[in-house]
Write a protein that binds this ligand. Structure first.
Ligand code: PMV
Length: 323
């Protein structure tokens, strides 16, 4: 094959972020926004990565030359370079490779853009040499994402590869939530990029100072998650919405909300959302709101935009990786 093409979806964390770091469960969903990667073999002995996410560069032997994005380019592209090298090593191939990354996922908001780009890159390059195996793609993508997120659980790559909804905990690993119930979700961006590492560290400080309170909040977060595991497949959207808002109250208590996130949540709830919360690490980032219908979702999105924030509407993506 001369052109390999693959796409992989972004994700939201519906329930359980931060508490998952301490062994609690979390629920993740993949969403209908994708990153697409096109891969070609070349006769040059280098790997060239171009993207519309503000970075491009070429790797030859061990040297890196940025083409777009200056000093930051390497940090953005290294996981993708690692993904390509892993595939070439596993397939025992030595060819030059050029990949083009096209993203419809805003970067730095906790929507899993780096995982989706790793999954799509592994699969696009691998498809040049044969039929990619999903499990293997997922494992290689997790490995390459660890270049940036050293302690990554792998949950973002897992959900991006397999799609749908998953329940995750450190002890139990990944379990698919078998649901085909459509969920209309509105995403609002605070426009404030967050650092997951800094926020995880700030929660640790909170926990160390408030052991008893934190244990109680974690217990409530676990209970919310368990109720959601039951409510989602049976299509009880009102219940799911209530649980999202309850989860947000806990996140606010541990200090990871943000004044812009609170503002967005207020806008969503007043516009008729069934419930809303931050998604991911917080401290800015993105907010998710559950809508009863697609029409409600459009209405909520319009209200968010009217207040000057960026917003887009998504559904759950049940396809995952597409090659
Ligand atoms: O990087 P994000 O924004 O998708 O959020 C990470 C989720 C946390 O629970 C805050 C951290 C973690 O490693 O699970």
């Amino acid at each position: 094959m001369t052109l390999g093409k693959a796409s992989a979806p972004a994700k939201v964390i519906l329930f359980g972020e931060h508490f998952v770091v301490y062994g609690n469960p979390a629920i993740l969903a993949s969403i209908s926004r994708r990153i697409t990667v096109a891969a070609h073999m070349t006769s040059e002995s280098k790997i060239v990565i171009d993207s519309d996410i503000g970075a491009a560069g070429e790797y030859s032997s061990s040297a890196f030359k940025p083409i777009k994005g200056g000093k930051n380019a390497k940090e953005i592209l290294d996981p993708l370079h690692n993904a390509i090298e892993q595939v070439l090593a596993a397939r025992n191939e030595k060819t030059g490779i050029k990949v083009d990354v096209f993203s419809k996922v805003p970067h730095g908001l906790g929507l899993g853009s780096s995982a989706a780009s790793c999954v799509a890159t592994v699969a696009a390059v691998d498809s040049l040499f044969g039929k990619p195996d999903r499990q293997k793609v997922c494992e290689q993508a997790i490995e390459s994402e660890r270049i940036v997120h050293k302690n990554s659980s792998g949950a973002d790559c897992y959900i991006s590869t397999f799609g749908g909804l998953i329940h995750y905990s450190k002890l139990a690993g990944f379990t698919k939530i078998e649901s085909k119930s459509p969920l209309s979700i509105v995403i609002g961006s605070t426009g404030v990029r967050h650092s997951t590492g800094d926020l995880v560290a700030s929660v640790k400080k909170f926990k160390d100072r408030n052991e008893v309170l934190f244990d109680d909040l974690a217990k409530r977060a676990r209970d919310i998650c368990m109720q959601a595991v039951a409510a989602i497949p049976s299509g009880k959207k009102e219940k799911v919405g209530e649980l999202l808002s309850e989860n947000q109250a806990l996140l606010r208590q541990i200090g990871v909300s943000h004044e812009k996130a609170d503002d967005l949540i207020d806008i969503c709830n007043k516009a008729g959302a069934l419930g809303s919360k931050i998604t991911g690490a917080g401290g800015g980032g993105a907010v998710i709101a559950l809508a009863a219908t697609k029409q409600d979702s459009a209405k909520i999105g319009a209200k968010i935009k009217a207040q000057g924030y960026e917003s887009f509407e998504v559904e759950i993506d049940f396809k995952g990786l597409v090659v």
